[in-house]
Design a protein around this ligand. Sequence first.
Ligand code: EPZ
Length: 441
Amino acid sequence: MNMDKLLIEGGRPLEGEIRISGAKNSTLPILAACLLCKEPMRIGNVPHLQDVTTTIELLRLMGVEVTIDERMSLEVDASSIRRYFAPYDLVKTMRASILVLGPLLSHFGEAEVSLPGGCAIGVRPVNLHLDGLRRMGAEIRVEEGYIRARCSRLRGAPILMDTVSVTGTENLMMAATLADGQTIIDNAAREPEVIDLANCLIHMGARIEGAGTHRIMIEGVPRLHATDHEVLPDRIETGTYLVAAALTRGHVCLRDTRPELVGSVLEKLRESGAEIEPRDNAIEIRMRKRPRAVSVRTAPYPAFPTDMQAQFTALNAIAEGTGTVTETIFENRFMHIHELQRMGADIQLEGNMAIIRGVERLQSAPVIATDLRASASLVLAALVAEGQTLVDRIYHIDRGYECIEEKLLQLGARIRRLPGGPRSSGEWIQPGVVHAVGSAR
Ligand code: EPZ
């Protein structure tokens, strides 16, 4: 884990154009889906992120061949797999490792996956994943911190998810592709990443209908074959840079992204006074004056995303008027608020609602990132604060934002990464390829 810091000088409107990377939360399940066939899969538009590095390390630990080409495309070949095991020391750094459980169990009949611990934003249980697999006939024991699952062949079953769960839906959908018979997932997550995964599985020969709706039907097939898949653009990275442009009263164009992925975010930014020009594969945003405060309430897609609430808290912190941010998905996703208050933000917390009275200016202060999207909100606040802000523990940011300082520099921000010690062990080290120390992540 690297202890780099980001030093940001506030006060400059962001201007210019950057490209949006592939979606982290689509790449992770699709890498797990490669375990469902025994031929080499090619995954394109993969973001160069710590969580992707961690997933590659996890697959390699199992004996899966993963090669990376110079355009950041991955080739994943599970034919050489020899272990169906996800160890605690990897899973504890990335809970999404749970996504290998469904594919391993469905394709190889067994899996031993460490229970993902909670994380800063909440307890993050996986009961829905395990209950669904049990309904499909899996024998699952949870002991010594590990999920031990076995099943000669899963059988299709009707599954009602009592809470909308993104990775829960993805895990069960992947498991159902090779099960015997039909599986129906009711109250399924509708996120675009679920649709992207379903499209990849369908191109591998799976029979899936209804991805993107509350009811997904999967007809099991005997085997799947390889396919090539381009990961869809990252809608949360898109939303984060849109807010950065609005916050700094700038004028920015985001390329290689899709407006329909961020409908609820665009609506709120227009309400805040931003001029938005959606294009085919791009979004242009301009903010000519101080943003107006807006109120948001998080909920499953297509409602306002929980992964964007910290960023809107930062926007409201300097907006005209009072806005509220209500978090309904996670029980502890307000850690950034204490750090923003240290920068002069006027925020009251009442249960799961933050009431934010906009101030004219934020002051720079040394702040500490606590989780991925909270750290993004601190970077956003630093872009408008007076003076220089030092954001510590930015390994959280490196998990979800590819080349954040390069992209912000390209938009005219004054930002520098201060190396905090040995580079993370998770660099994409590949025999024969020399990575310049401190190379773009
Ligand atoms: C996914 O997490 C995303 N991660 C999260 O993004 C995102 O915030 C979250 O969905 C909500 O949209 C990935 O896709 C890798 P959930 P996930 O299961 O699937 C409860 C980021 O910033 N629940 O949709 O783990 C849970 O406690 C990350 O990129 C159960 O009770 O979230 C929560 O309250 C952070 N039992 C609610 O459901 C379960 O078995 C939604 O969680 C599973 C979940």
